[in-house]
Write a protein that binds this ligand. Structure first.
Ligand SMILES: Cc1ncc(COP(=O)(O)O)c(C=O)c1O
Length: 353
C-alpha cells in the first residue's frame, strides 16, 4: 500500500538534550494514519502533520473503550542511523490485542513500513542516547453510535516523540506497593491485551500508591491473590539464589518484549532464568532470609528498573542493599548496549529506519 506523504518539515529549535526530555511530553511534527471500514479493509495510509483528531462525540471509543496501543523505541546509533528495537514483536502484539478486543488486525508489513517512513521523515527528532524516540501506535473505534457492538470503522495512527533516559536526574531505584484491594486482570479478561481500560482501572491504585510514597503498584493474581503478576507498566523479575525468576505470561499478564529479550540475554550471560509462579509470601520470606537478593521491573520506558523497597500494608521490605543489584546492572548494560549500537546485534533486533 502506498503511503501518501503530506508531512511538514520541522526540525527541533535547539539540540535535543536527553536530560531535558520528560517521558511522553514532546511530540514530533508528523503522524501516520490509516482507516479501516467494514467491507473495505485498511485504506488511505498517510503521513500528516501531528494535530487533533476529528471524532464524533458518539464515536464508540469514547463510550466503550474499544482501543489498543503499543509502545516501542528507536535509538540513534554511533553511525548516525536511527534504529527501532524489535518493532516486529510490537506489531505482532498489537494484532494479539486486536483479536482480543474484536478489532481488525493490521498487516505487520504495513505497521513496519508506516513506522519506518514516519521516523525517516522526523529523524531529526530522535535524540542522542541515552535518549530515544518513543513510538506510540494506537487503534481506536470510530463508528458513530451508542449500540454496544464491535465498531464498523477504525483509525490506526502512530505518533512519536523524543524522550530522555527514564531516570535522568532521578533516583535509581523504585518503591513498589503491593495492591491488596484491587486487581488488574482476571483469567479470561483483557490482561494480556494492551488496551486502555486496563490502565484506566489501575489509576486509583496508582494514586493510593503515590500517597504512600510508592512509585508503582505490584499486582497479584485475581483468584488467589497471592501470585505475583506484574507492576504498572513493567514485568517483574526476582533473583532467588542467583536464579532470575519471572511469572509466566498465562493470559493475565502483558507479554513484555523487554522481558522476552532479557530471557534471551540471561541465557547468553550464563544467568539461570526460569518462568514459574511466584508467591508473594515466598518473596517476603526471601527478602527477610536473604534468598531473594534483587527485584527489578523491565519494560520499554525504563528498560530495567531496580526495586529498592516493597510496601505491603504497613510493612516495608528492603530489597538487597536498597540499590541497583549486580544482575539488574548486567542485564541493563547488555540490553542497552545492543539498543545504543555499542555491542553487536547478534539477534537482528535492531531495524534500520
Ligand atoms: C502492563 C504492562 N506490563 C509490561 C510491560 C512491558 O512491556 P514491554 O517490555 O513490551 O514494554 C508494559 C509496557 O509496555 C505494560 O504496560
Amino acid at each position: 500500500m502506498d503511503i501518501v506523504d503530506r508531512s511538514v518539515a520541522r526540525a527541533p529549535k535547539a539540540p535535543l538534550d536527553p536530560k531535558n526530555l520528560p517521558f511522553g511530553r514532546n511530540f514530533s511534527p508528523n503522524m501516520f494514519q490509516v482507516d479501516w471500514d467494514e467491507g473495505k479493509g485498511w485504506h488511505d495510509p498517510r503521513i500528516v502533520p501531528y494535530g487533533p483528531l476529528s471524532l464524533a462525540p458518539s464515536a464508540m471509543v469514547l463510550h466503550y473503550g474499544q482501543e489498543i496501543f503499543e509502545g516501542l523505541k528507536a535509538f540513534r546509533h554511533p553511525d548516525g542511523s536511527v534504529r527501532l528495537f524489535r518493532p516486529d514483536r510490537n506489531a505482532a502484539r498489537l494484532n494479539n490485542s486486536a483479536r482480543r478486543m474484536s478489532m481488525p488486525e493490521i498487516p505487520v508489513e504495513l505497521q513496519l513500513d508506516a513506522m519506518k517512513k514516519l521516523i525517516a521523515i522526523d529523524r531529526e527528532w530522535a535524540p542522542p542516547v541515552p535518549g530515544s524516540l518513543y513510538i506510540r501506535p494506537a487503534m481506536i473505534a470510530t463508528e458513530e453510535g451508542l449500540g454496544v457492538h464491535s465498531s464498523k470503522s477504525f483509525l490506526y495512527f502512530i505518533i512519536t516523540g523524543p524522550t530522555g533516559s527514564y531516570f535522568s536526574g532521578g533516583k535509581s531505584t523504585v518503591r513498589i506497593m503491593v495492591a491488596r484491594d484491587w486487581v488488574r486482570a482476571a483469567p479470561g479478561g483483557t490482561g494480556t491485551a494492551k488496551t486502555g481500560g486496563n490502565y484506566a482501572s489501575s489509576l486509583l491504585a496508582g494514586a493510593v500508591a503515590k500517597q504512600k510514597g510508592c512509585d508503582q503498584v505490584l499486582w497479584l493474581d485475581a483468584v488467589e491473590r497471592r501470585h505475583v503478576e506484574e507492576v504498572g507498566a513493567m514485568n517483574l523479575m526476582f533473583v532467588f539464589d542467583g536464579v532470575v525468576t519471572t511469572a509466566p505470561t498465562s493470559g493475565t499478564i502483558l507479554a513484555g518484549i523487554t522481558r522476552e529479550s532479557i530471557g534471551v540475554l540471561c541465557h547468553e550471560l550464563g544467568l539461570p532464568f526460569v518462568e514459574r509462579a511466584i508467591h508473594i509470601e515466598e518473596v517476603f520470606h526471601g527478602l527477610s532470609s536473604g534468598d531473594c537478593t534483587e527485584i527489578f521491573g523491565c519494560g520499554t520506558a525504563a528498560v530495567v528498573s531496580p526495586v529498592g523497597e516493597l510496601l505491603d500494608g504497613e510493612t516495608l521490605y528492603k530489597v538487597g542493599t536498597g540499590d541497583e543489584g549486580p544482575v539488574a546492572k548486567r542485564v541493563h548494560e547488555a540490553l542497552t548496549a545492543i539498543q545504543f549500537g555499542t555491542a553487536p546485534d547478534n539477534h537482528g533486533w535492531m531495524v534500520r529506519v
